[in-house]
Design a binder for this molecule. Structure first.
Ligand code: CA
Length: 140
């Protein structure tokens, strides 16, 4: 699965808004595939398997974007978002989950995007590279 296409930022017509990306995902294979692809596009990627590890990573160095699984070994992705909110830390988040996410949750946390698993990797990469502009346009 080695890709030799031009960097996605060129395809999207401008630089990505994100550079440091935190992947919170306990499925090692999926996490590595996503990580490898984002690193290949020039992002700085941190990985966390648990909410606890994610909080530590965020406290050490604030990411520009979080890719967040919901079902995690120690707590849920929602718990992470509540923790950040309680500390007034706002980081754009893309929810990736095999568990169906209710509209109520979406409304409560307003993620940048929600991708039900399984999803095409290309869809995730497109959101990462172009999501900020797309979201801003929708919000106007
Ligand atoms: Ca999981």
């Amino acid at each position: 699965m080695v890709e030799r296409s031009p960097p996605a930022r060129q395809l999207a017509g401008g630089p990505s808004a994100y550079r440091r990306i935190l992947i919170v995902e306990d499925e090692a294979t999926l996490r590595r595939v996503i990580s490898r692809n984002l690193v290949g596009r020039g992002h700085l990627v941190q990985e966390a398997e648990t909410v606890g590890a994610a909080i530590k990573a965020i406290n050490d160095e604030r990411p520009d974007l979080i890719l967040l699984d919901i079902n995690l070994p120690d707590r849920t992705g929602w718990d992470l978002l509540r923790d950040l909110r309680s500390r007034e830390i706002i980081i754009p988040t893309i929810i990736v989950s095999a568990v169906r996410v209710s509209q109520g949750r979406i409304a409560e946390f307003s993620p940048l995007a929600y991708l039900p698993k399984p999803f095409p990797l290309e869809a995730l990469l497109r959101i990462v590279e172009g999501g900020c502009r797309a979201t801003a346009a929708e919000g106007d």
